[in-house]
Design a protein around this ligand. Structure first.
Ligand code: CA
Length: 234
């Protein structure tokens, strides 16, 4: 067996055509025709790779990807009919492994699938793919564990998600608005001080507790995680 692929695509004729081609290549294929079902199935752990359309009923592919990436590093290839830079950037930004623009040649799709699965299997990268680090801090995104100098740090789900986003963008300044968008979702739009509150929680549990300095404030902009320098003496 080559691998188990979840195909989330609402155009049933296209989905059927892709399914047949993939089965011909000995992949096991399951189809989902809307975003919500796709997300539920993608979360199941039953698959090695997800092909994810962007324009989907019930929940968009971008939203599916956003939610999926909070839980798993499963390879995702976005299928997009709209050949716009915004879609590609959004998809890749949110953790898609690759994208392919419809209409595509099946050979190209197969090549992308092989590449994504290979990357996944790449022996040394496999562990590293689930582990984010900054100085003495390690986050295992599959086991939901955070340690600093090998000591476990207990975080709430929100703290974990916030820390994860910052770690994924290590050394880059992330605005409060972006954090609110990416970690809280759109419901909280406007209440940027929620971010500051949770940053304080994280600092108390990590920087203060372990006397390191990972979370930095960039005044008027947002926050950045930098590899820990030892705290300045005095
Ligand atoms: Ca579609």
């Amino acid at each position: 067996m080559q691998g188990r692929i979840l195909l989330v695509e609402d155009e049933e004729n296209l989905a059927r055509m892709v399914e047949l081609e993939l089965q011909y290549e000995n992949y096991t294929v399951e189809k989902a025709f809307d975003g919500k079902t796709g997300l539920d199935r993608a979360r199941s752990g039953d698959f090695d790779l997800v092909l994810l359309d962007i324009m989907l009923p019930v929940m968009s592919g971008i939203e599916v990807l956003r939610r999926l990436r909070r839980e798993t590093t499963i390879p995702v290839i976005m299928l997009t009919a709209r050949d716009t830079v915004v879609d590609k950037v959004t998809g890749l930004d949110m953790g898609a492994d690759d994208y392919i623009t419809k209409p595509f040649a099946i050979e190209e799709l197969l090549a992308r699938i092989r590449a994504a699965l290979r990357k996944r299997e790449g022996a040394p990268g496999d562990v590293a793919a689930n582990v984010l680090t900054a100085g003495p801090l390690q986050m295992d995104t599959e086991r939901y564990e955070v340690t600093v100098r090998d000591t476990r740090v207990e975080l709430t789900r929100r703290e974990f998600d916030l820390l994860r986003y910052l770690l994924e963008h290590k050394e880059k300044v992330v605005s409060r608005e972006t954090l609110l968008d990416q970690v809280w979702g759109f419901d909280f739009a406007g209440e940027t001080n929620a971010v500051d509150v949770y940053i304080r929680f994280l600092r108390a549990k990590i920087d203060d507790h372990f006397a390191c300095k990972l979370i930095h404030t960039v005044r008027g902009v947002g926050y950045v995680i930098k590899e820990g320098q030892p705290p300045a003496a005095g």
